[in-house]
Ligand binder design. Sequence first.
Ligand code: ASP
Length: 337
Amino acid sequence: MKRPGTTGAATGPRPRPRERASPRFTIALHGGAGVVPRAAMSRAAERDYRAALATALDAGYAVLAAGGTSLDAVSAAVVAMEDSPLFNAGRGAALTAEGTAELDAAIMDGASLRAGGVTLVTTVKNPVLLARLVMEETRHVLLGAHGADALARTHGLETVAPEYFVTGRRVKALERARRGRDREGWLTEADRHGTVGAVALDRHGNLAAATSTGGRTLKMAGRIGDSPIVGAGTYANNTTAAVSCTGEGEYFMRTLAAYSVSALMEYRGLGLAQAARFVLRRRLAPLGGSGGLVAVDRAGRAVSLFTTPGMYRASRAAGGPPVVAIYANDDRKERAA
Ligand code: ASP
């Protein structure tokens, strides 16, 4: 591990694809830092969450095991969670004050530092795939509203009616939020957070990150969060790490959380876990922000850290067992920040 004072990464060459194939690969993902409190979580619901996380993990891991790219792996994992109504992304997204779903997503390639983000998407079934189109098919990094929907149609991405995204559970959460908006504690952690994301290192040594979200319940129509903003909720750089965040987006934007993790590694020589903990505890928390992140470094070390009571999460390294966890003490490897 590099130490503060060493300058290799800071002055070294720009990140580029590593050519040598390696048996090492890793994927980690999250399904949001706002979990249903343990006491309120039924066995059946917990089983459903764990199964959905395992499905997404398998989708991403299979890509990596077959020698596929980290970009394909994080896309596959995020698509699986966008398609599940359990998570706040794609179907099941948190709703705006107007009762509509406005979706944000981003993806970033750590090898080239290319990135794509989309905001305010209303008809594209899998916003993360649209973000990837922005990265690969346009000159832009961030595309919003009707232009993003139009790009999807041009490239034949699956579109759906806006109602597809709206689930009964999110309608109820919105009603609860409307009723209690003036009261302290009017939203549960589960109502507040959500979002899905994945990070991966592939056999070729390349890192990638992707994040997708419906944002926050009762958000103003037109509000854009941290998830589609490169450096805030999503970042990947082969020199350091791939990071996907979840939590109160405004704080992640103000602290440029995902990029800060990378910068602390590159400029200060911190290790991944140290850098991630610093950002959550010393940057986000003092401003009043809460949430978490998953990240993987170029050696394939993965961390998932959070300041909330739990975070839906899963990870698997090459040849290792799948790890699926929800609460802070679910397993010894995953710790609260
Ligand atoms: N970060 C997301 C946003 O603010 C929400 C979340 O992760 O819960 O849009």
